[in-house]
Design a protein around this ligand. Structure first.
Ligand SMILES: [Zn+2]
Length: 178
Protein backbone atom coordinates (compact mmCIF):
# COMPACT_ATOMS: atom_id res chain seq x y z
CA UNK A 1 0.00 0.00 0.00
CA UNK A 2 2.81 2.37 0.84
CA UNK A 3 4.53 1.84 -2.51
CA UNK A 4 1.23 2.47 -4.30
CA UNK A 5 0.93 5.80 -2.51
CA UNK A 6 4.47 6.74 -3.55
CA UNK A 7 3.76 5.79 -7.17
CA UNK A 8 0.90 8.24 -7.18
CA UNK A 9 3.29 11.17 -6.68
CA UNK A 10 5.51 10.59 -9.70
CA UNK A 11 4.88 8.20 -12.61
CA UNK A 12 7.37 5.32 -12.44
CA UNK A 13 7.50 5.15 -16.25
CA UNK A 14 7.71 8.74 -17.50
CA UNK A 15 8.54 10.45 -14.16
CA UNK A 16 5.83 13.12 -14.66
CA UNK A 17 4.03 14.37 -11.58
CA UNK A 18 0.66 12.82 -10.90
CA UNK A 19 -2.39 13.77 -8.88
CA UNK A 20 -3.23 11.40 -6.03
CA UNK A 21 -6.68 10.53 -7.47
CA UNK A 22 -5.45 9.58 -10.94
CA UNK A 23 -5.89 5.94 -11.96
CA UNK A 24 -3.43 6.07 -14.83
CA UNK A 25 -0.73 8.48 -15.86
CA UNK A 26 -2.24 11.20 -18.11
CA UNK A 27 1.06 11.43 -20.02
CA UNK A 28 2.09 7.85 -20.77
CA UNK A 29 -1.12 6.00 -19.69
CA UNK A 30 0.76 3.77 -17.24
CA UNK A 31 -1.95 2.18 -15.06
CA UNK A 32 -0.68 3.61 -11.76
CA UNK A 33 -3.48 2.03 -9.72
CA UNK A 34 -3.99 -0.98 -11.99
CA UNK A 35 -3.50 -4.65 -11.20
CA UNK A 36 0.04 -5.95 -11.27
CA UNK A 37 -0.43 -7.94 -14.51
CA UNK A 38 -2.08 -4.91 -16.14
CA UNK A 39 1.03 -2.91 -15.22
CA UNK A 40 3.29 -5.71 -16.45
CA UNK A 41 1.44 -5.89 -19.76
CA UNK A 42 1.82 -2.14 -20.17
CA UNK A 43 5.55 -2.34 -19.40
CA UNK A 44 6.24 -5.16 -21.84
CA UNK A 45 4.53 -3.27 -24.71
CA UNK A 46 6.18 -0.03 -23.70
CA UNK A 47 9.65 -1.61 -23.45
CA UNK A 48 9.40 -3.44 -26.76
CA UNK A 49 8.35 -0.23 -28.52
CA UNK A 50 11.17 1.66 -26.82
CA UNK A 51 13.79 -0.90 -27.85
CA UNK A 52 12.45 -0.95 -31.42
CA UNK A 53 12.77 2.84 -31.42
CA UNK A 54 16.36 2.54 -30.14
CA UNK A 55 17.17 0.06 -32.94
CA UNK A 56 15.93 2.50 -35.58
CA UNK A 57 17.95 5.32 -34.03
CA UNK A 58 21.09 3.14 -34.02
CA UNK A 59 20.49 2.28 -37.68
CA UNK A 60 20.14 5.94 -38.64
CA UNK A 61 23.30 6.78 -36.67
CA UNK A 62 25.23 4.58 -39.12
CA UNK A 63 24.03 6.86 -41.92
CA UNK A 64 25.08 9.88 -39.85
CA UNK A 65 28.58 8.39 -39.54
CA UNK A 66 28.68 7.74 -43.29
CA UNK A 67 28.27 11.51 -43.80
CA UNK A 68 31.42 12.12 -41.74
CA UNK A 69 33.25 9.50 -43.81
CA UNK A 70 31.95 11.14 -46.99
CA UNK A 71 33.20 14.55 -45.83
CA UNK A 72 36.62 13.23 -44.84
CA UNK A 73 37.07 11.17 -48.00
CA UNK A 74 35.95 14.11 -50.11
CA UNK A 75 38.58 16.43 -48.65
CA UNK A 76 41.38 13.87 -49.07
CA UNK A 77 40.27 12.59 -52.51
CA UNK A 78 39.64 16.01 -54.02
CA UNK A 79 42.89 17.47 -52.65
CA UNK A 80 44.80 14.59 -54.26
CA UNK A 81 42.96 15.17 -57.55
CA UNK A 82 43.72 18.89 -57.29
CA UNK A 83 47.41 18.18 -56.67
CA UNK A 84 47.51 15.89 -59.71
CA UNK A 85 45.39 17.89 -62.18
CA UNK A 86 45.64 21.45 -60.81
CA UNK A 87 41.94 21.93 -61.68
CA UNK A 88 40.23 24.31 -59.25
CA UNK A 89 36.97 22.29 -59.45
CA UNK A 90 38.54 19.71 -57.13
CA UNK A 91 39.61 22.38 -54.66
CA UNK A 92 36.03 23.73 -54.51
CA UNK A 93 34.56 20.22 -54.14
CA UNK A 94 37.02 19.42 -51.33
CA UNK A 95 35.53 22.13 -49.11
CA UNK A 96 31.97 22.22 -50.42
CA UNK A 97 31.16 18.65 -49.38
CA UNK A 98 31.96 19.06 -45.63
CA UNK A 99 30.28 22.50 -45.54
CA UNK A 100 27.06 20.90 -46.84
CA UNK A 101 27.15 17.49 -45.15
CA UNK A 102 28.56 18.10 -41.67
CA UNK A 103 25.62 20.35 -40.62
CA UNK A 104 23.26 17.69 -42.03
CA UNK A 105 25.08 15.00 -40.03
CA UNK A 106 24.69 17.07 -36.84
CA UNK A 107 20.99 17.66 -37.57
CA UNK A 108 20.43 13.95 -38.24
CA UNK A 109 21.40 13.08 -34.67
CA UNK A 110 18.19 14.63 -33.38
CA UNK A 111 15.99 14.49 -36.48
CA UNK A 112 17.31 11.70 -38.73
CA UNK A 113 14.47 11.49 -41.27
CA UNK A 114 14.49 15.00 -42.83
CA UNK A 115 18.27 15.43 -42.39
CA UNK A 116 19.24 12.12 -44.03
CA UNK A 117 16.65 12.53 -46.80
CA UNK A 118 18.12 15.96 -47.61
CA UNK A 119 21.63 14.48 -47.56
CA UNK A 120 20.60 11.62 -49.87
CA UNK A 121 18.97 13.95 -52.43
CA UNK A 122 21.94 16.35 -52.36
CA UNK A 123 24.45 13.53 -52.68
CA UNK A 124 22.68 12.08 -55.72
CA UNK A 125 22.53 15.58 -57.27
CA UNK A 126 26.28 16.04 -56.63
CA UNK A 127 27.06 12.68 -58.25
CA UNK A 128 24.90 13.54 -61.29
CA UNK A 129 26.41 17.03 -61.62
CA UNK A 130 29.86 15.52 -61.29
CA UNK A 131 29.08 12.90 -63.95
CA UNK A 132 28.01 15.62 -66.40
CA UNK A 133 30.86 18.01 -65.53
CA UNK A 134 33.67 15.45 -65.29
CA UNK A 135 32.61 12.36 -67.26
CA UNK A 136 36.21 11.14 -67.19
CA UNK A 137 36.11 10.68 -63.39
CA UNK A 138 32.63 9.18 -63.06
CA UNK A 139 33.86 5.71 -62.09
CA UNK A 140 36.27 7.12 -59.50
CA UNK A 141 35.32 5.83 -56.06
CA UNK A 142 32.16 4.21 -57.46
CA UNK A 143 32.13 1.51 -54.76
CA UNK A 144 32.48 4.14 -52.05
CA UNK A 145 29.63 6.17 -53.58
CA UNK A 146 27.37 3.11 -53.74
CA UNK A 147 28.08 2.32 -50.07
CA UNK A 148 27.29 5.88 -48.99
CA UNK A 149 24.00 5.74 -50.92
CA UNK A 150 23.08 2.38 -49.35
CA UNK A 151 23.81 3.71 -45.85
CA UNK A 152 21.81 6.87 -46.52
CA UNK A 153 18.81 4.96 -47.94
CA UNK A 154 18.82 2.63 -44.92
CA UNK A 155 19.18 5.65 -42.63
CA UNK A 156 16.25 7.47 -44.25
CA UNK A 157 14.09 4.37 -43.85
CA UNK A 158 15.09 3.89 -40.19
CA UNK A 159 14.67 7.62 -39.55
CA UNK A 160 11.15 7.52 -40.96
CA UNK A 161 10.21 4.48 -38.85
CA UNK A 162 11.67 5.99 -35.66
CA UNK A 163 9.75 9.22 -36.29
CA UNK A 164 6.50 7.30 -36.78
CA UNK A 165 7.10 5.15 -33.71
CA UNK A 166 7.97 8.13 -31.57
CA UNK A 167 4.72 9.80 -32.59
CA UNK A 168 2.85 6.62 -31.62
CA UNK A 169 4.70 6.37 -28.31
CA UNK A 170 4.03 9.94 -27.27
CA UNK A 171 1.18 11.85 -28.96
CA UNK A 172 -1.40 9.10 -28.79
CA UNK A 173 -0.86 8.71 -25.08
CA UNK A 174 -0.13 12.27 -24.20
CA UNK A 175 -3.33 13.60 -25.69
CA UNK A 176 -5.56 10.89 -24.24
CA UNK A 177 -8.52 12.31 -22.34
CA UNK A 178 -9.45 11.31 -18.80
ZN1 LIG B 1 3.64 8.31 -17.00
Amino acid sequence: METNYQQSQVCTVCTKELNIQELSCPFCTYPVRGEKDEQDRFMSTYNSQRSLYQNYMTESLKATKSLYWLSGASVVGNMIMYAVTNESNFLIAAFLVPIVFIPLALWSRTNPFPALLTALILYILIILTDAIGNPAYVSKGAVFKVFIIIYLVKGVNAGYKSKKLWAELTQKRWTQEF
